[in-house]
Design a binder for this molecule. Sequence first.
Ligand code: G6Q
Length: 544
Amino acid sequence: MTSNHKPLTELNAWKDLVVHHGNGIPKISELFATDPQRGEKMTVEAAGIFLDYSKNRITEETLKLLFRLADESNLRARIEAMFSGEKINITENRAVLHVALRAPEEELIFVDGENVVPKVHEVLARMKVFAEKVSSGSWKGYTGKPIRNIVNIGIGGSDLGPVMAYEALKHYSDRNLTFRFVSNVDGTDFAEAVIDLDGEETLFIVSSKTFTTIETMTNALTAREWLLKSFRGDVKAVARHFVAVSTNGAEVSKFGIDTDNMFGFWDWVGGRYSMDSAIGLATMIAIGPDNFMDMLKGFHSMDVHFRTAPFASNLPVIMGLLGLWYTDFFGAETIAVLPYEQYLKRFPAYLQQLTMESNGKHVTLNGTEVDYHTSPVYWGEPGTNGQHSFYQLIHQGTRLIPCDFIAFAEPLNQIGRHHDILIANVFAQAEALAFGKTIEQVRDEGVPEWLAPHKVFEGNRPSNMILARKLTPETLGKLVALYEHYVFTQGVVWNIGSFDQWGVELGKVLAQRIIPELESVTEHKLTHDSSTNNLIRRYRAMKV
Ligand code: G6Q
């Protein structure tokens, strides 16, 4: 199967949405005025996550049409296709089964006739044994010292998930261990990560699905050299200080890592969907196997919700369709994700890859150019910091920026009044964005006429409010799965391939060509465009 459905803009629901949008959507303040129950009605709670989506530029009719759009896009069948292991990643001929990574042991999920669930649990069991050895101190370094530092080397999907999860769940982490994450090929990343570490107490986890990624391999080789300095070059130390997470056993062996210390995953796990696979080894060591399993439980409960709930009460479907509504009908170019939880400081960065690498596509599954917009740009920072920075533009700028606020009822660090103040702020921001402040209200406050326009808030700026009880490993799993399936929902409607990433290839290939041109002693004959040629020459002349 290639296409999900006939061209999106030819679907009846799409055409009806165009007309519906053209008729004009009342302002959010008017929608609230005409329906006093709106703030209670337009909410949904599932798997312990509460979503208030009432402050959106939607009516009941909009929702009906959006759900019809999902129906006409065959979303239900596509969800089943994913969950049942169909090769829906058509450009790479792969199944897309991150949902299998958190499936309970008794579930059956087949890929090419093989039930993959036992393999998943086998790796989880090996990870568990290893994580316990490290945290108990029974996994010793080459000179018999216990491991105190764990350095994850990986990039993209092999980095952003582990870093985000480590930061998000730091509260639950083993504070006797130090965790560092090296991703950038910029040597500074490695240098700073190990600056205060003792090689005899350091374990490197080389996380790379392919084990060929230039950044990760360069950092891994540098780590090997750095480590061997602690052992006077004795290469036998490598086995005690390096483990690998990969699908490529041959390359792992070539590097000198014992494949007994390799934790595998499979081609049906996309990089940006892999934080709950063995790629989460650093996470498991940090928070312990039980917490890691709780996180998987959270993922799974959102999977079950997504697969079974009617669209009208389906969190990822509702949020996905709302995102699409603003992107395609209001021309919104970005969506802000604003967690009011300091531990989620890397969550927006994680989501950037999940959303934009998945749905930043310009052709449909059939290879035809789309005639509508696909993924907007995602960005964000934790609140309240953002309020003192870019919120000005969200409130009073000229662009429409829908916001996803994320907040928790219980803080992880209960200190004085902090949490009530934090939560008052997130509620206030959503209220201010939706309802604004009119010129009359400003005048009534006695503001002089010349100043009044500057103090007007137009309002009518949409937001979602995600509220959960507390940030736990389980909640994090639910949140990530919520956005994974949000991305899926949008990808299906847009009729695009959400699970490949060909757009990262060209730059990689060109870099391979430029590397020798920068490194060689004698100047190469340069055949790029005049700008690139000039930059290469200038760099060669400038570098030491
Ligand atoms: C994610 C992408 C990409 C990938 C990195 C690292 O979906 O595929 O970000 O995760 O390029 O790849 P390796 O894990 O193979 O090193």
